[in-house]
Design a protein around this ligand. Structure first.
Ligand code: Q46
Ligand code: ZN
Ligand code: ZN
Length: 296
């Protein structure tokens, strides 16, 4: 296998593009995919102040590295979920990354600032750890972006994450979630604009990018992952992708063009009586989770 660009020995094959690349041209290729996505969806400009939610995993660190190299003004926020060694090791990787590049990071400790951790939430509520975790991340990252006055919140969801989420939402005809599954979610009623520049890059490509760029990331899987429904859908999607390279991108790309669920399905929003953020009920899901999880 030879690099499509320089014909030297290839380091990575990208089957869905029917191509292979050497190290340098693979890094260029991934960077161009991200740049193209930013421009095509009009995500942000070099004048905007961005904040990225970083987990210490390959996706968010690879994306932060790309944005930094492209000259975007992007700071980071890490939410410490209180998941033992997994959380502390993840933070170690991020701190090293940030120091090497002289970037700005804010660490939010869920236990200290909100009075509960994800293991505690899972224990005291009947929610699965991942559902409590996803809800907390969405709420707190948005809150941090609002407080910091950033123009956009950047998320490291990759092609496989988004494809699997779409697969799950379609299989369950979850119309409300489908309406909000967008590459760019504009700002509205207390919600900061949210963007996903990595949607054209597959998971194995972000891993390859990180390794080839010398980024050390958390390789261990979160110990609370059992029961994560998106991961189960990812397994199914990867079987389809293996038999039919490119199917995930076609599935997701087509949806991005035809998604018109929002006009019909947007629910009426009220203000949460506890935190004031938009919600469909009287108290938002995060405040309810926090109240139940903080009980000892
Ligand atoms: S961190 Fe949180 Fe993941 Fe762990 S508890 Fe589940 S959602 S698996 S990305
Ligand atoms: Zn090359
Ligand atoms: Zn609330």
């Amino acid at each position: 296998m030879h690099c499509r660009v320089c014909k030297s020995r290839a380091a990575v094959e990208v089957r869905r593009h029917n191509a292979a690349f050497c190290r340098d041209h693979f890094i260029d290729h991934v960077t161009r995919q991200v740049e193209r996505t930013i421009h095509e969806f009009d995500m942000f400009t070099h004048d905007d102040r961005l904040v990225i939610g970083v987990s210490g995993g390959k996706d968010s660190l690879a994306l932060w590295d790309i944005l930094h190299r492209l000259g975007y003004r992007c700071e980071g926020v890490y939410l410490d979920l209180g998941i033992d060694v997994y959380s502390t090791e993840s933070l170690d990787h991020i701190e090293r990354f940030v120091k090497e590049r002289d970037l700005i990071l804010r660490v939010v400790d869920l236990g200290e600032e909100y009075g509960f951790t994800i293991p505690k939430a899972a224990e005291t509520t009947r929610r699965s750890p991942c559902s409590a975790c996803g809800l907390s991340k969405r709420y707190i990252l948005n809150e941090q972006a609002l407080k910091g006055g950033y123009d956009a919140l950047v998320m490291g969801h990759n092609l496989d994450d988004e494809g699997a989420t779409l697969f799950s939402n379609v299989l369950n005809w979850n119309v409300e979630y489908l309406a909000r599954q967008k590459v760019v979610l504009p700002s509205s009623d207390g919600l900061v604009k949210k963007v996903k520049p990595l949607v054209r890059v597959a998971e194995r490509e972000t891993a390859a990018y990180a390794v080839l760029s010398g980024i050390e990331y958390e390789v261990e899987e979160c110990p609370m992952v059992a029961g994560n429904t998106v991961n189960r859908m990812k397994e199914w999607m990867s079987l389809l992708e293996h038999r039919s390279p490119g199917v995930t991108q076609r599935f997701l790309g087509g949806f991005q063009k035809v998604n018109s669920f929002d006009e019909e399905e947007r629910p009426t929003l009220l203000s949460c009586e506890s935190c004031g953020r938009p919600t469909t009920g009287t108290t938002c899901a995060f405040c309810r989770l926090r109240a139940r999880s903080s009980q000892s």
